[in-house]
Write a protein that binds this ligand. Structure first.
Ligand code: UGA
Length: 435
């Protein structure tokens, strides 16, 4: 099928290349001309494993084209996916400027039936508003449908998640919309869940907030573990084997980040309060998450006593491994706090250093993890990249000025740290101290 995708960000571009991979013809539209120039050369604008290969393969197969004009998207695809950004404003309210603008442009250029599908993470009732906007601005009597098809991809495994999803959810209110979406997803082997538009919109928010709640629960437990002498990994492992609970997203750390959980949790709270349903539990997720990083910072401050002029190595800048995305990354919040306290920072990340340098040109960007540790008074691990899990702790110890490590992701080899006589503070675990 001919499909248009509006917005070549993480969601739009991954959707576009994956539909091309499934045999559809895709036109991907974005107003950022610099980004389009890179894309046309097969150059991915962000780090995502597998993206460059699919971009190049499907530009060569001619199943993936790009344009800077939303009008072209309306002409090209029988189905039009809206994948533009919905940034957060005050207390979680989503900014719908881009979505509204796209809906208007679709309306003004509608000549024959089109299925308009919202894929950006949007507040409940957005489908209804898109429909109203198109009805208001459309010229003449042209038929259209509006559907919701939330995405559940994770950065870093976005292509795999999209090509092999746990489920596809479509919110529709016409048989024609359902049948077109069934055709689009014909090549996907997973449950196909058909709901109302409103339910599909809520499934997305409810899923993300529930995952954030699971992480937050593990993070809160980690505090109890630290004071009671229990070990959070042992506790969540014991819990997760119960199928009703499940082991995923129970890893304690320094809090969740990224472009989705922080924004979506706040958005869910905001929408429900707007609908007169108080949401103290959802607000608490966000507050507890912020506290988790603060506690990590305070632990470092407590151990180092004075931070002014201390050198601290930071491993991991991206909000999670396998991405160069820094949005809401806990590492950046830690950097802000440590800089404000007068510490000097030596930082490393396998792929996110170029993006970090744009924001903080004055940090020392290390050539590898051991170089970051050189002469530092302490090392803080903020992202669990494999390179850090596998790091040679003997070299780390030799490189540090003081063998003091704060593992914010519980990813280092504790047994080895003990053997080497490192001091290691994890999350929700008893500290390891030299005997
Ligand atoms: C998240 C969801 O997992 C996707 O299903 C959803 O489609 C996406 O948001 C979105 O709404 O677009 P993403 O933000 O890419 O995906 O990354 P996750 O893998 O979910 O990680 C989010 C944060 O939680 C990271 O900072 C990660 O370090 C943290 N996390 C994750 C934990 O602290 N503990 C865990 O057990 C799992």
């Amino acid at each position: 099928m001919k499909i248009s995708v509006i917005g070549a960000g993480h969601v739009g571009l991954v959707t576009g290349v994956c539909f091309a991979e499934k045999g559809h013809e895709i036109l991907c539209v974005d107003h950022d001309t610099e980004k389009l120039a890179r894309l046309r050369k097969g150059d991915a604008p962000f780090y995502e494993p597998g993206m460059p290969e699919l971009l190049q393969r499907h530009q060569a197969s001619k199943r993936l084209q790009f344009s800077g004009r939303t009008e072209d998207a309306v002409d090209f695809g029988q189905a039009i996916f809206i994948c533009v950004g919905t940034p957060s404003t005050e207390r979680g309210k989503a900014d719908m400027t881009y979505v509204e603008k796209v809906a208007q442009t679709i309306a003004e250029n509608l000549r024959e039936y089109r299925l308009v599908i919202e894929k950006s993470t949007v507040p409940i009732k957005t489908g209804e508003r898109i429909r109203r906007t198109i009805s208001r601005y459309v010229r003449g009597d042209v038929q259209f449908d509006v559907a919701s098809n939330p995405e559940f991809l994770r950065e870093g495994s976005a292509i795999e998640d999209t090509l092999k999803p746990d489920r596809v959810v479509v919110g529709v209110d016409s048989a024609k919309a359902e049948s077109l979406l069934r055709e689009i997803y014909g090549g996907f082997n997973c449950p196909f869940v058909v709901t109302s538009v409103g339910s599909a919109e809520l499934i997305k928010h409810a899923s993300n907030s529930f995952l954030a709640l699971k992480i937050t629960y593990a993070n809160w437990l980690s505090r109890l573990c630290e004071t009671s002498g229990a070990d959070v990994d042992e506790v969540v492992n014991g819990m997760g084997l119960d199928h009703r609970i499940g082991s995923h997203f129970l890893r304690a750390g320094i809090g969740y980040g990224g472009s989705c959980f922080p924004k979506d949790v706040d958005a869910l709270a905001h929408i429900s309060e707007e609908l007169n349903v108080p949401a103290p539990m959802i607000r608490l997720i966000s507050d507890t998450n912020k506290d988790q990083l603060q506690r990590f910072y305070e632990r470092i401050e407590h151990e180092l006593w004075v931070l002014q002029d201390k050198t601290i190595a930071i491993w991991g800048l991206a909000f999670k491994p396998n991405t160069d995305d820094l949005r809401e990354a806990p590492a950046l919040r830690l950097i802000e706090k440590l800089k404000a306290a007068g510490a000097k920072l030596r930082v490393h990340d396998p792929v996110a250093m170029a993006n970090t340098r744009k924001r903080y040109p004055d940090l020392y960007y290390a050539k590898d993890p051991i170089d970051a540790a050189a002469g530092a008074d302490a090392l803080a691990v903020c992202t669990e990249w494999p390179a850090y899990r596998e790091a040679d702790l003997a070299k780390v110890k030799a490189s540090l000025r003081v063998p003091l490590v704060f593992d914010g992701r519980n990813c280092l080899d504790r047994k080895r740290a003990q053997e080497l006589g490192l001091t290691l503070f994890g999350i929700g675990k008893a500290p390891i101290k030299p005997r």
